[in-house]
Design a protein. Structure first.
Lengths: 388, 227
């Protein structure tokens, strides 16, 4: 114990008094950790943005289908749920003049939709639905098929009752998402819609809530034919993309620290060679190879821990600064269906992003100690002492 | 007592097979200062390294106070280096990033001395080498002569059975050299330590109790006047 404390002290003195070498090595580790904390946070931010865009456009984190009229949205307000939007799908036909197109008409609460979803922002002509109105919102494709524009009148024929309803086109939207651009149209819900069934729910979660866990809670609360599906199940492609993003980030981290470890090893070998005589003197005083390993290991350990902590701090700080403004990557995302609403990335430092780079830095640096230690262990003390 | 018995050591190098030491034998007693003299390449350094246990001879034995050094298991030989031997080299003796005090204390730390004893011993030695205020200085802040005095203090600190000095004065001027040798001999006599000094310096040989002369790796018994 006392011996350990002695070697630790010697290690610290070495680092403090070899200021320049220490600084150069620390800078290398510091920069790498800072960069990787930031990059990891950026990758998380990209993932967040893809989820936010996809989930926020229309569907919510979890979609519920086949819900009975007796079930109120409040019932779905389980732990982790921020808001539930109720939607009534009505299959039928849209008719304008001689044009006839099959659609699913969706009756929604316009104010709530505008507050929670991005669809109102995708309106390219006219405006979104006014509450409790006779307005209809069409996709650009549907408007073209029907030969209508904003302000035109048209009729909806209910597929079940064959009753006809007149609507005025309030606006036209385009999302680039097929499921929304083809085959659906939106109207404002009215009193009489209240006992329509089944209805659909778009469920939005609190930040950080797990979609899987909330889905399980919902399934427990609503037994029967109701179907709940989180975006993870609904969009396996997005899920894979996010996993791919994580894996490639880890690979980058691994590569960067392999390079840093080689750098640290080389630098330390140079330092050891420069001070070889001192190690010879130490060994002539009965310092064992184990002690020397302890010393060099402690030197590298202290150095890397301090530099890595500094890197975490600096990286975290940069993430904190950029997290407010975000980074606008619209140029790279504008034609991408995972970024329909916004291409602004808000880097987010997760525990993982803050912990993995410094841990790797310290681990790899310790690996880097092997080479200089082996160098000293392999040299005969008498030979070292003969070198001037 | 130190018994050096028939030490032979050869090197294989670019020049072929070279006998650096050939059947070297002599003895030294505690408190005695022995000068190891000889021309460059005569084997002085090799001899001191063998006696310290840093270099393993091909033949022969080194026995110090009943311990046959090359019969000791590795662990005990390290222990012997830590406790039984003090070494002074021509230059570059100190660890550059430790203060004078820390350098002197180094062998004491290795030997696991209690803290209070270390502080006392370091103070005592700083007084003895006439650098009472240099404890906090770093090696690069000292002159060559001062550095050698600190090296002497460090070699003596843990009260070793013997001190080996390989040309301790070779890089000093005559007056400073005399001062360092006087110090070295004084401390060794005072603490009853065997002292072996390799040297080219006539003054050092004259000051020593005895001189062992080496010539091409052999003990040279020619009287000094006839060389
Ligand atoms: N590692 C080695 N490999 C080969 N030859 C060596 C080695 N070390 C020493 N020698 C040779 O052994 C002989 C004795 O060398 P040593 O260093 O002991 O001489 P020395 O008396 O100390 O000389 P100097 O006064 O110059 O220091 C020399 O001829 C030297 O070249
Ligand atoms: Mg020599």
């Amino acid at each position: 114990m006392k011996r350990m404390a002695f070697w630790l002290r010697v290690a610290v003195l070495f680092l403090v008094r070899s200021g320049r070498v220490t600084l150069v090595l620390a800078l290398m580790i510091f920069t790498a950790v800072t960069a990787l904390v930031f990059l990891s946070s950026l990758a998380t931010g990209v993932n967040d943005a893809m989820i936010r865009n996809t989930v926020g456009l229309y569907t919510g984190h979890i979609s519920g289908a086949n819900l009975p009229a007796a079930l109120t949205p409040e019932t779905l307000q389980v732990d982790g749920v921020r808001r539930v939007l109720r939607r009534y799908p009505i299959p039928g036909m849209l008719r304008a003049g001689s044009h006839l197109v099959p659609v699913t008409l969706v009756a929604v609460a316009p104010a709530a939709e505008a507050a929670m979803t991005g669809l109102p922002r995708k309106v390219i002509d006219g405006r979104y639905l006014a509450p409790a109105s006779d307005q209809i919102l069409l996709s650009a494709y549907l408007a073209e098929q029907l030969g209508v524009t904003t302000g035109s009148s048209l009729f909806f024929v209910d597929g079940r009752t064959q009753s006809e309803d007149g609507f005025t086109v309030s606006g036209i939207y385009r999302t680039e998402v097929d499921r929304l651009d083809y085959g659906v149209a939106f109207v404002a819900e009215r009193e009489r819609d209240a006992d329509r069934e089944p209805w659909q729910a778009a469920i939005f979660l609190d930040a950080g809530a797990s979609p899987e866990r909330v889905t399980a809670r919902l399934e427990k609360r609503v037994p029967g034919d109701a179907v709940f599906q989180s975006w993870l199940d609904r969009m396996p492609d997005l899920r894979q993309l996010i996993d791919l993003n994580r894996v490639s980030m880890n690979l980058v981290t691994l590569l960067v620290f392999s390079v840093v470890a080689i750098g640290v090893a080389c630098a330390f070998v140079v330092v050891v060679l420069k001070n070889l005589r001192e190690y010879g003197i130490m060994r002539s005083m009965g310092v064992t190879v184990g002690d020397v390993a302890c010393l060099i290991g402690a030197e590298i350990l202290f150095l890397s821990i301090l530099a890595a902590l500094g890197g975490v701090l600096a990286g975290g700080l940069i993430v904190g600064l950029v997290a407010h403004t975000g980074i606008d990557l619209t140029v790279f995302t504008s034609h991408n269906r995972y970024f329909t609403l916004s291409g602004i990335i808000y880097p987010r430092a997760t525990v993982y992003a803050l912990a993995i780079p410094p841990l790797m830095a310290v681990g790899f640096s310790l690996l880097a100690a092997i080479w200089p230690i082996a160098l000293i262990a392999h040299k005969k003390v008498a030979d070292i002492l003969r070198m001037v | 007592m130190l018994d050096v018995i028939h030490i032979t050591k050869s090197y294989r190098s670019g020049r072929g097979h070279l006998k650096a030491l050939d059947q070297v034998s002599f003895t030294a007693a505690p408190g005695q200062a022995v000068a190891v003299a000889g021309r460059s390449g005569s084997g002085k350094t090799t001899l001191l390294h063998c006696i310290a246990g840093l270099e393993v001879p091909d033949e022969g034995r080194i026995v110090c106070h009943g311990k046959d050094i090359f019969q000791l298991p590795e662990k005990e030989r390290q222990q012997w280096l830590r406790t039984g031997v003090g070494i002074v080299f021509q230059s570059g003796n100190l660890l550059s990033y430790l203060t004078v005090s820390d350098n002197i204390a180094f062998p004491l730390q290795l030997g696991g001395w209690p803290r209070g004893d270390i502080v006392r011993r370091v103070d005592e030695l700083l007084q003895r080498i006439a650098l009472p205020h240099a404890g906090g200085a770093l090696p690069h802040e000292l002159s060559g002569g001062e550095l050698q005095r600190v090296a002497v203090a460090r070699a003596m600190a843990h009260r070793p059975r013997m001190v080996l000095a390989d040309e301790p004065t070779a890089s000093l001027d005559t007056a400073t050299a005399a001062e360092v040798v006087k110090l070295l001999m004084g401390v060794c006599r005072q603490e009853n330590t065997i002292l072996l000094m390799s040297t080219h310096d006539q003054a050092v040989m004259a000051a020593a109790d005895r001189t062992v002369s080496l010539m091409d790796g052999r003990i040279d018994n020619t009287p000094p006047g006839n060389r």
